[in-house]
Ligand binder design. Sequence first.
Ligand SMILES: Cc1cc2nc3c(=O)[nH]c(=O)nc-3n(C[C@H](O)[C@H](O)[C@H](O)COP(=O)(O)OP(=O)(O)OC[C@H]3O[C@@H](n4cnc5c(N)ncnc54)[C@H](O)[C@@H]3O)c2cc1C
Ligand code: FES
Length: 263
Amino acid sequence: MLLDTKAEIVGRESWGDYFLLTIRSPSIAEKAVPGQFIMIRTASGPYPLLRRPFSIHDRKKDTIDIYFQIAGEGTALLAAKKQGDECDIIGPLGNGFLLDTLAEGRTVAAVGGGRGIAPLFFLGNELQKLGFPLTVYYGGLTSGDLPLEKKFRDKGIPVHCSTDDGSTGFHGLVTDLFLSFLPSSRPDHLFVCGPDPMMKALSRICLEERISAQFSLESIMGCGFGACWGCVHKIKTQGEAEWTKICQEGPVFFTEDIIWNND
Ligand SMILES: Cc1cc2nc3c(=O)[nH]c(=O)nc-3n(C[C@H](O)[C@H](O)[C@H](O)COP(=O)(O)OP(=O)(O)OC[C@H]3O[C@@H](n4cnc5c(N)ncnc54)[C@H](O)[C@@H]3O)c2cc1C
Ligand code: FES
């Protein structure tokens, strides 16, 4: 684990309630793999005391990017930070997506819902370098939830979009968009990140269709490195359901090992 107590914010972009911050941290940038995350202290005062988790969205030689949506007080404080401000971060944390299981010639796709698109840009870039072109299915409630569509296209990563209200792309859920492409472009392997109901539905599809898949789970996190047990989720380990720390053993798990709430 690396500790960068004072990392400078060197870039900031925004689209409605979505934000992208570029943070100078050569040590985290060097070590990070797609699917890993950092914990950030969002306040300069005492509240919120606990750091908040964010996926690593991109990395350059000396910097990492995070992409986030305002969800509460911590993310609102983070959104108010400016270029030149400093923040307290820990990372890279978690396991990340497992890429060395991909066999040559396999086709790969990813589904991202809303802010869940965050880790898929770093993933797409790394997969491109490894020779696995990624196709992305990107869903939101409305067109304002899809500000990164052009960024993916500009990188040469094909994106199919959906919105629940039909304001752009396919009119409907991203799971239905993915299903509509299944007969013509069935992936051998799928990567998923987004809200729980979307991930649960996709997990069922992957199991039924026998598509191997990795899911990046979310949980409220107290520490991010295994000390508080605040992030546990039931995961099958050698066939047995066990309460598992998402921050340490995850956040990425294979679909067959995840036990969803109410299952
Ligand atoms: C591994 C990991 C990676 C993440 N990556 C990103 C990312 O790249 N971009 C992004 O926008 N968000 C990401 N999140 C979610 C983000 O951490 C939460 O939105 C954030 O912590 C909310 O903090 P807050 O103080 O603004 O909200 P709070 O005031 O703490 O909470 C606001 C609301 O959000 C809910 N909430 C808080 N934390 C979470 C959480 N972790 N999961 C689900 N619901 C939550 C609370 O129950 C509450 O209803 C990630 C979460 C995890 C676990
Ligand atoms: S967040 Fe503390 S153990 Fe996972």
